[in-house]
Design a protein around this ligand. Structure first.
Ligand code: C2E
Ligand code: CA
Ligand code: CA
Length: 386
């Protein structure tokens, strides 16, 4: 099918300098000259041909045309509505958008100088395209890189209790960033940022190393039973084919057994990863356990449980909150039964009250984690309780 297009005869003007932008074009056939007036004289800036975009600049920042487009030969152009760009631009990564807008501003400024006009001093994009947010993010990312190098990230441990015995069976490692100006930045904020780029890999390695060092400290204290420590894993870490080998090397170099390190992967990540089955198989072959984190949230889907054999399921805190209703108790009861049938340990997250722990106990849930048991604290406080 021929694409819908508009025809322009040789010599006709497609748009002129100063026109307000209505849309852009994709050149299907023919050639187009882009020109401007420089110190009052006609000056050709470029000649465009099939497959190229025409007039997209003015559409991007909604400014008047800064050049004239004239058909050098007969042309066929597919019009692109300004909204088609606007929607995609609004949906783009804010940093990519900021880069694009910054380049556009610079180009317009250079063009104004070239043609004898006044280079615009205002940043076309700032504010309107959310650049302030994007630059804030870039700044935070640079600071996070520096914090990582200076080892300013702290790994805290939150206890996980075996409900029947009241024994602390293990801990979840939760990372913290003590920012020099902003104070404690939540991992919910900076982990997501790190996950947008490969920065999550060195952050993840840092956490894994710290956790292995902590296990070694527990071991050196000579406790009868070494507790486990669970580490949260991100998508990019799972996609790294050498990840399991790297973790095993960290454990072996400290003489630690593989089954004391547990890996947590979230439900949403499981649904989107093509490598999860392979990752699980490698972990199991090495004796490491893997937990399905945030079970029951957002992406709720029982599909993965049909084929993937997790060792633990972590019930999201929202289900624990619902335990004061009969519906909540009914749903959690079913999840406890399901976990048992699958030979999985169930860990309830976000347990804040005695009542919640009591109901979980009655329902047969094995582990509890939450403020009732303990908040995430530094290793030294775990080893030397006050
Ligand atoms: P998560 O894995 O679901 O971790 C549990 C979160 O619930 C933690 O928040 C914990 O402090 C909080 N929490 C624990 N008990 C309670 C409670 O009783 N009540 C309430 N309201 N909250 C409780 P935190 O430490 O802010 O971590 C947030 C998320 O950041 C984690 O959620 C995890 O997804 C991510 N995260 C933290 N550390 C790491 C890490 O080292 N690597 C990766 N990839 N992600 C991490
Ligand atoms: Ca977790
Ligand atoms: Ca969780």
């Amino acid at each position: 099918m021929q694409p819908y297009s508009e025809s322009f005869k040789t010599g006709s003007i497609i748009f002129a300098e100063g026109d307000s932008p209505t849309g852009a074009y994709l050149i299907e056939s023919g050639r187009i000259e882009i020109s401007t007036r420089q110190f009052g004289e006609h000056r050709v800036l470029d000649e465009l041909g099939p497959g190229m975009l025409l007039g997209e600049m003015a559409v991007l920042d909604d400014s008047p045309r800064t050049a004239t487009a004239r058909a050098v030969t007969d042309c066929a152009l597919t019009p692109i509505d300004a909204d088609q760009f606007a929607e995609r631009l609004a949906a783009a990564d804010p940093i990519v958008r900021a880069l694009l807008m910054s380049q556009l501003t610079r180009y317009r400024s250079a063009l104004a100088t070239l043609t004898g006009g006044t280079p615009g001093t205002e940043n076309v994009a700032l504010g309107r395209h959310g650049n302030a947010d994007a630059f804030g993010k870039i700044r935070l990312e640079s600071e996070l890189r520096a914090a990582l190098e200076r080892k300013e990230l702290e790994v805290r441990l939150q206890p996980i209790e075996e409900i029947v015995s009241g024994r602390i069976a293990g801990y979840e490692a939760l990372v913290r960033w003590q920012h020099p100006e902003r104070g404690a930045v939540s991992p919910a904020e900076f982990i997501r940022l790190a996950e947008e780029t490969s920065l999550i890999l060195p952050v993840g390695d840092y956490v894994l190393e710290r956790v292995c060092d902590m296990l070694l400290e527990f071991k050196q204290r000579g406790d009868k039973r070494l507790p486990f420590i669970a580490v949260n894993m991100s998508a990019r870490q799972l996609d790294d084919p050498k990840m399991v080998e790297r973790i095993l090397a960290l454990l072996h170099s400290r003489g630690l057994p593989a089954d004391r390190l547990k890996l947590e992967v979230t439900e949403s990540l499981v649904l989107n990863s093509a490598h999860i089955a392979e990752f699980l198989a490698r972990c199991h072959a090495a004796g490491m356990h893997v937990a399905l984190d945030d079970f029951g949230t957002g992406y709720s889907n029982l599909g993965p449980l049909l084929t993937l054999s997790f060792d633990q399921i972590k019930l999201d805190g929202s289900f624990v909150k619902a335990l004061d209703t009969s519906r909540g108790v009914a749903v959690v009861g079913v999840i406890v039964a399901m976990a048992r049938a699958l030979d999985c340990d169930l860990i309830a997250e976000g347990v804040e009250t005695h009542e919640q722990r009591e109901v979980l106990h009655k329902l047969g849930c094995r582990y509890a984690q939450g403020w009732l048991v303990g908040k995430p604290i530094p290793l030294q406080e775990v080893l030397n309780p006050v």
